[in-house]
Design a protein around this ligand. Structure first.
Ligand SMILES: *[C@@H]1O[C@H](CO)[C@@H](O)[C@H](O)[C@H]1NC(C)=O
Ligand SMILES: *[C@@H]1O[C@H](CO)[C@@H](O)[C@H](O)[C@H]1NC(C)=O
Length: 431
């Protein structure tokens, strides 16, 4: 029997990964959600033919989405503001929001989005249908597990939105259209935050702090996950314990404990211990704990091939698992990172969103927030992504002009084209 202490930054990433590709990368293991899906097509009408090969559709995006997740993770973890910080995000939420944005994009704006998302070799039909199927799967909540995604297009009432964009967003992404008055920024912020809070079970309440007054539309994606561990950690066993943050720093945490059979793998060659903590239902948390001092090396090299390899290599062992109980959240502004991944046009004055609206618009910001709560009973995780779309001829921020030095003054009459008065003001305080 072994005793191991688990955690790590990568762990958090992989939870979201597990959500993104429930079984995409470990064929041959359980097929829980698939089989369930084949039995009840709740979202299809009675007479509607069942799409063939749903399994293939569901998995079609799992590779590009995993690649996108790792690329994004590496970019974020390299940012100065995230050095020695927790990182937690939902790659699926971001991929979905950007795919929805791509519905309205054309030309370079479109191809740069698809390139960054890893969909360059796919047609929009394939991608959109794959998302449609992911949605059908997500909606089916299992008894002890909840996994929901929701999308919305918040539209300024008088915005000239192209119907087909809203129809496609609804058809493929189950996106509801909500009318929001962005010219009243306080009201708009409240309404959007209300939508996000509702769709994340009140775990994300203050996503949007302000909106650009030139906003005509905002795309919103929310993901909410709640799962119960297959094996609870024993409440009585949770005790204060040390967590070695780095060579010089220890943190005192609530350390949970459980003894049971867990899938586990020690990859000496890649300096990593891997553990799978299954939830009741189809999801798992995968923890990847690099050896002491090896986080950087593992972070830099990790990709979906490692994950796939580990999923196959893990074997059931009797373990006493010690794992911290924790709650973290992360907020990211993704504009710069996405630009560094080649999504340039969407943010610039060359943006082509003619599939979305007749007005000249561009994306001003992509924001993401995610929260994670882990305790003895299970896990609650939620994420929201917002894509703010603004008019290009944005009312530019008012510039300040101070008349605070001597000036000339004229009073003119347009009709008679006469200078009625003129003068020079050297000191307005003098008589
Ligand atoms: C929302 O959260 C509450 C309390 O945190 C929990 O009891 C409830 O089950 C959650 N709702 C859903 C739909 O998961
Ligand atoms: C290390 O990772 C690589 C890439 O996934 C894999 O091929 C190799 O088998 C791993 N090493 C061990 C000992 O598992």
């Amino acid at each position: 029997m072994r005793v191991i202490v688990h955690c790590g930054v990568v762990a958090a990433l992989l939870l979201s990964m597990a959500l993104a590709a429930p079984q995409g990368d470990h064929e041959g293991h359980d097929h829980g959600p698939h089989t369930a899906e084949h039995h009840h097509h709740l979202h299809h009408g009675e007479d509607e033919p069942h799409p063939q090969h749903e399994g293939q559709h569901n998995q079609m995006l799992s590779q590009p989405n995993a690649d996108f997740a790792f690329t994004l993770y590496k970019k974020l973890s390299a940012l100065p503001q995230f050095q020695s910080k927790n990182i937690f995000f939902s790659p699926l939420s971001i991929s979905m929001a950007l795919s929805m944005l791509a519905l309205g994009a054309k030309g370079d704006t479109f191809s740069q989005l698809y390139q960054a998302l890893g969909y360059a070799e796919m047609t929009p039909e394939t991608v959109n249908e794959a998302y449609e199927h992911i949605f059908h799967m997500l909606g089916h909540n299992q008894e002890h597990m909840q996994l929901d995604a929701s999308n919305a297009v918040a539209v300024m009432e008088e915005a000239k939105v192209i119907d087909k964009f809203l129809e496609d967003a609804k058809h493929y992404y189950e996106s509801e259209a909500i009318s929001v008055d962005f010219s009243k920024p306080d009201v708009a912020v409240q309404e959007i935050n209300k939508y996000i809070a509702k769709n994340t079970n009140n775990t994300i309440n203050d996503m949007v702090k302000e909106v650009n007054p030139a906003t005509v539309m905002m795309l919103i994606n929310c993901i909410y996950f709640r799962g119960e561990w297959m094996e609870y950690f024993d409440l009585e066993e949770t005790k204060k314990g040390d967590f070695q943050v780095d060579v010089n720093t220890k943190a005192s945490v609530d350390m949970m404990q459980n003894n049971g059979f867990y899938e586990f793998y020690e990859d000496k060659e890649n300096f990593t211990t891997v553990l799978r903590l299954p939830y009741k239902g189809s999801a798992s948390m995968i923890i990847v704990m690099p050896d002491e001092g090896k986080m950087k090396e593992v972070e830099d090299s990790i990709c979906r091939h490692h994950l796939k390899h580990w999923m196959h290599a893990m074997e059931s062992s009797n373990l006493i698992v010690h794992m911290p109980k924790y709650s973290i959240s992360g907020k990211f502004s993704l504009k710069d990172t996405l630009e560094s991944m080649g999504v340039v046009s969407a943010f610039s004055h060359t943006a082509d969103f003619t599939g979305m609206t007749d007005q000249k618009v561009r994306v001003s910001e992509v924001e993401h927030k995610a929260v994670l709560n882990v305790d003895e009973k299970g896990t609650e995780a939620a994420a929201a992504t917002t894509v703010e779309i603004v008019l290009m001829s944005a009312p530019v921020q008012p510039k300040t002009l101070k008349i605070d030095r001597p000036f000339l003054v004229f009073i003119t009459d347009y009709n008679t084209k006469s200078i009625l008065f003129m003068g020079k003001i050297l000191n307005p305080a003098a008589e």
